[in-house]
Structure formats: structure tokens, C-alpha cells
Design a binder for this molecule. Sequence first.
Ligand SMILES: Cc1cc2nc3c(=O)[nH]c(=O)nc-3n(C[C@H](O)[C@H](O)[C@H](O)COP(=O)(O)OP(=O)(O)OC[C@H]3O[C@@H](n4cnc5c(N)ncnc54)[C@H](O)[C@@H]3O)c2cc1C
Length: 396
Amino acid sequence: MKHRIVVLGAGYAGAFAAGNLARRLSPADTEITVVNAVPEFVERMRLHQLAIGQAVPFRPLADVFAGTGVRLRVARVTGIDPGRRTVSVSGEEGDDELTYDTLLYALGSSVADHGVPGVAEHAFDVTGRSSALRLREHLAGLGEDGTVLVVGEGLTGIETATEFAESRPDLSVALAARGEPGDWLSPKARLHLHQAFDRLGITVHEHTRIEAVEPTRAIAADGTSIPADATVWAAGFAVHPIAAAAGLEVTETGRIVVDPTMRSVSHPDVYAAGDSAYAIGENGRPLPMSCASAGFTNMQATAAIIARLTGGEAPVTGLKYYGNHISLGRRDAIFQMVDGDARSKRWYLGGRTAARLKSGVLKGAGWGIAHPTFGMPKRRRRLGTAAERAGVRAAA
Ligand SMILES: Cc1cc2nc3c(=O)[nH]c(=O)nc-3n(C[C@H](O)[C@H](O)[C@H](O)COP(=O)(O)OP(=O)(O)OC[C@H]3O[C@@H](n4cnc5c(N)ncnc54)[C@H](O)[C@@H]3O)c2cc1C
């Protein structure tokens, strides 16, 4: 019987991992299935662009995996039973159960409302395609006096506010920040950011904690009312509760605790990658939720899975966190490198060159997903014997 690998999620981590596994393991004794809620690869890093009305293409996953041997199952994962090694899914084909020998969990993340009243009912977000499309429709209906408040001074909040202000100068765009936006950047990069806010006419409300969202305004902790025809909640990401419900060891925030090979510390048949994985970087700190982290963790996970299945030693590569690349609309960006302690270095790259570089990064990430088996070798690796695999497992 073939070894069944099931990959949950076909985002930046899962889609690439599924292709990489197919590229390196022989289909003669391995069966790879990827489960994704929607039939397309969603470039999450462009969802704020989608929301403001720009054209963002979505690649059909059927095309991405055509000819690779990867089976695509378009369905929503509703639960995992690690004891029986099954995944429950629900989709157009009805409810079903998939059995795995090895599971790679890469379901990503969604918006975190932090329990703030009114967010679920009245706020918009750009963390998923359907929510970004809902916002797009709403913004398209706003006229010249329209007001938009972006809540959250993280990377998504900054990218969203600047993109909206650049694309729709007719709207009044504001940003509510609990602290000071960009306070972690080097002094020159911080100045660059604030000059961009000024140039784009963005009102920044610093030290403002939003405590309630209503249909046409948001209310801060000090009682200030900020008018907003659209409040865009960008105050953090939350992972899906599926891993925690399955009894996997997770952090307080629900991310799967993994060892340096990305294997679940509680369930050795389960690996995690991307936003769902609580992976510790080379600097001893958890990797931030980012596309770069999704890349590092999925490559580490696939290398470990392949090594363990073929009777080799699971390699461990240091997971690095180099810095952040923040778009400020289409014509400006900040690329801020960090040191080993995750502190910003003095040097940063800004302006059009940084924007062009970021555009190249986005295109490169999309291309990598569209060609998941690029360079596929003619001979792929067969699985090790059961005894070899057991030996590796015992040693691992
Ligand atoms: C607007 C925006 C801009 C961003 N910009 C940047 C940036 O510039 N740089 C950067 O590094 N990071 C950026 N990020 C963060 C980055 O997008 C994420 O860290 C990255 O997508 C994580 O990859 P992932 O594979 O873990 O999750 P995802 O890419 O979210 O993929 C998860 C996949 O799982 C599927 N899925 C989820 N739940 C289920 C379910 N129950 N059943 C079946 N399928 C399911 C989803 O459909 C999706 O395909 C941005 C995020 C946003 C929202």
C-alpha cells in the first residue's frame, strides 16, 4: 500500500510543499493529496490590492498541480482525528474522511478580532479573499467624502492604509495605532514611513486603542469617536482552532508546537508549516507569521518528511529572519533588515528601488507556487524499507 501524505492548505506553505514532495518522492509508493478550501491559489500578500480595486489574478490549483501527480481536493477541513489518522472534510462532493500516514498542516491564519465588540459585525478585513472582495464592493460604493479607518500599525495595517490612500485619493484614509507606527524601524526608515503617510494624506491616530466598532465609526478607549464608512481590522492574525481541537500540542494562540524539523512535538506523524507552525528561528525567537517564514518552514518540513520516509537522517536548517519588506503603495516601499536579535539595522532601502524589489519578490513567490515541481528530477526517490524507516524513527 502506498504511503499517504495529506497536505492541509494550499497557500504559500502548503502548495509549495505538496509540489516539492511530489518532485522528490516516487509516485510508485507515495500518494500525495492536498486539501484546500477554495479552488485557486490565493496570493494573500496582494489582498489589500484586491480590496482597493486592483486586478489580482488567482491561479487555479488544478493547473498548478496538473501533471505533478498531486491529488487536489477542494474542500474545507473541519477536523482531525490523530488517533485514527483521519481528516474530516466538507465540500461540494459532500462530507468525507481522508486517511493519512503523514500529515502536513498548513492552514495559515485569519483575522483576530481580540474580542472587540462590533468587529465581527461591522469591520472589514483583508486576510482572506472573500473578506477582501466584500471590502472591495463596499469601497467601490463610497463617494468622494468616504472615510476609511485602518486599525493596526503592523505590516498589514501600514500596507493597507498606504495602498488605499494611493489608489483612492478621493477617500479620507486614517490609521489607528496602539503605539507609534514603525517605532521598530531604524530612525531613517521611520522618517521615510511618516513622510509617506504625509505625502499620501493619511491621518495617523497614535496611542489609540479601538475598543468598539460601529457601522459608521470606531470608538477609542478614551472615548474619541473616529468616523469610518469602512473600518478595516488589521490588528493581528489568529490561527484556526482545528489543531487545538484535535489535541495537538499548541501555544496559547493555537499555533502547533514543532521541533526543529517542523514535526509536531506531540504527534510524530504530523508536521506543520507557515502561519500555523510555532517555529523557533536561529535567533531563539518564534518566526513571525510571514511569507518568508512559510518558505523556510515548508522546505524544512518537506526535507524532514522525505528523509524520514526514505531512510535518511532528517536535516535541520537554521530558520532565519532577515527583515521586513513593506509596500507603501505601488511606487514606494521600505526594506528593513534586522540583526540576529531581530533589531532593525541602521541601513534600509526605500523608495522606488525598494518597491521594484518588493514587486519582484511577490512575482517570484507566485511563480514558485505556479511551478511547484520546477526542475523535477527524472528519477524520484523510493521509500526506504519499513525497517529502515523504523530505524530512523527510533533514532529521531
Ligand atoms: C494583506 C496582506 C499582506 C501581507 N503582506 C505580506 C508581506 O508583504 N510579506 C510577508 O512576508 N507576509 C505578508 N503577509 C502574510 C502572509 O500572507 C502569510 O504569512 C502567509 O500567507 C502564510 O502562508 P501560509 O501558507 O501559512 O497560509 P496561507 O497563505 O493563508 O494559506 C493557507 C491556505 O489554507 C487554506 N485554508 C484555510 N483554512 C482552511 C480549511 N479549514 N480547510 C481547507 N483549507 C483551508 C486557505 O484557503 C489557504 O489556501 C500578508 C498578509 C496579508 C493578509
